[in-house]
Write a protein that binds this ligand. Structure first.
Ligand SMILES: Cc1cn([C@H]2C[C@H](O)[C@@H](COP(=O)(O)OP(=O)(O)OP(=O)(O)O)O2)c(=O)[nH]c1=O
Length: 207
């Protein structure tokens, strides 16, 4: 069954990733203030839901998807850096260290809502000072939680990943695949588009 789907996001990464599951969906960004305080997973889940809810008011007949990604290390939470100086400070704190990335996904439908999340462990590469400073100063990471992007292949800020690559990138596809199935959608399995999804620990085990 095909149902109207709207992605409540301004993120080009999320748009690109969702296209692995669905051919047809609308996009309408939610304008939600992102103040991070308290537990990282709670923050990500609340923000994902708030984004979906804000947009669902405009599309009462659709399935609306909201997402939020938070990088964290213990009690320290990292959202998107406010400027390049903060991006450099985040990179210096995370450099060479293991930390977690949580992405929550909420789906709101006319008949109800569901939310789930995926947590991955990342070890950031031990970037040399000059590389770190140039990476931050480039401004490429201002729209990335934690001030880096796993997909920046030229810099390779991630030395090791345990978890879900696309979850770190902003949309855990197997997690969303299961949520969409719950609501009667028939998404494509993500490993048809992305080879990485075949080896993802979030992939459902075959019976
Ligand atoms: C850690 C990491 C984050 N990111 C991105 C994913 C998200 O777009 C962003 C985290 O910010 P979010 O606030 O989750 O999302 P957003 O503001 O980009 O988009 P929207 O709220 O409109 O959906 O960081 C990467 O692209 N790669 C990474 O390795």
């Amino acid at each position: 069954m095909s149902r109207p789907v709207v992605l409540a996001s301004a993120s080009p990464r999320r748009r690109e990733l969702l296209a692995a599951l669905l051919d047809d969906f609308g996009i309408d960004a939610a304008d939600i203030a992102e103040d991070l305080e308290g537990d990282a997973v709670d923050c990500a889940r609340q923000l994902a839901y708030a984004k979906a809810e804000a947009v669902a008011r405009r599309y009462p007949a659709a399935l609306v998807i909201g997402c939020d990604t938070v990088v964290f290390r213990g009690l320290r939470l990292y959202a998107k850096p406010a400027d390049t100086a903060e991006a450099a400070a985040m990179l210096r704190e995370l450099r060479g260290r293991p930390h977690q990335v949580v992405t929550a996904v909420a789906v709101i439908a006319p008949e109800g809502a569901a939310i789930d999340h995926e947590i991955s462990t990342v070890v950031m590469a031990d970037l040399p000072d000059a590389v770190l400073e140039a990476y931050a100063a480039s401004g490429r990471t201002l729209d990335k939680a934690g001030g880096y992007a796993i997909q920046h292949e030229d810099v390779r800020p991630v030395a090791r990943l345990e978890g879900c690559y696309c979850g770190v990138m902003g949309l855990p596809l197997w997690t969303l695949y299961r949520l969409l199935e719950l609501f009667g959608c028939a998404p494509r399995p993500p490993d048809r588009a992305f080879e990485r999804c075949a080896a993802c620990p979030a992939r459902p085990r075959s019976p």
